[in-house]
Design a binder for this molecule. Sequence first.
Ligand code: SF4
Length: 246
Amino acid sequence: MNIQYLSLEEIQERCEKLTNEYEIDEEKFYSIVEKWAEQDVRVEHKLIYSFTELLDVVSSEITSMEEYVGLTATCRLGCSFCCYFPIIINEMEAKFMKQAIANFPEERRKAIQSHLTNYYEKYKDQIEEVVSLDFENDADFKLKYRKTLTPCPMLNTDTNQCMAYEIRPIPCRTYMNYTNPNVCETNLMPKETISFEFLYSEYMGALNEFLQFLYEEGDTGFVQYPDDLYKHDYLVNWMKELTNLS
Ligand code: SF4
């Protein structure tokens, strides 16, 4: 069967329509942290649940936008080209991810730990090279990183699946392809893909407000507020600590 994919121009037109017409439902983001602020549970629970629910809201907001302009992602299970891009998150997000993984069932946690131990051994030299790229000052760091073909630490390269899919960071869940999937296979930096990364500000805005509230209440749990929000690094650096998970 001959599949008719959208052209770059058609995708751009729909994105423009989104920019001009679509209103992000901010309330969805803030209602989550308001709900968890009132819950009578440990602060660690409040943090982890608000983090994971906010990630879900980012994904559901992307679905609403896609429905609004009739876009259907052509990304498919087992395709992992975007898992070779550099992923940069702040220390608070890294702590959320690590805590969420620490709370995974033992079997899954151990599988991740063993995968990571092998990963850091196998890609030692490549990792050294990519983490030396200055993402703050080098305009070409993405392409340079991409060229090394270093997989993300959370990617199972046997199955091409993310080992922490439900808590994958914002850059992963906002990067989409709406045309022929081959564009990802044949280009290091395909121009056809689009990113909904602007949703980051809604997600981080809600988390920041929540942390500020907890700070004023006197307990921010495992988060050092506000310092953790300002420290950014590659996921490959943040996840290394998980090899020591007991
Ligand atoms: S966290 Fe998961 S989805 Fe994101 S790049 Fe890594 S393997 Fe891919």
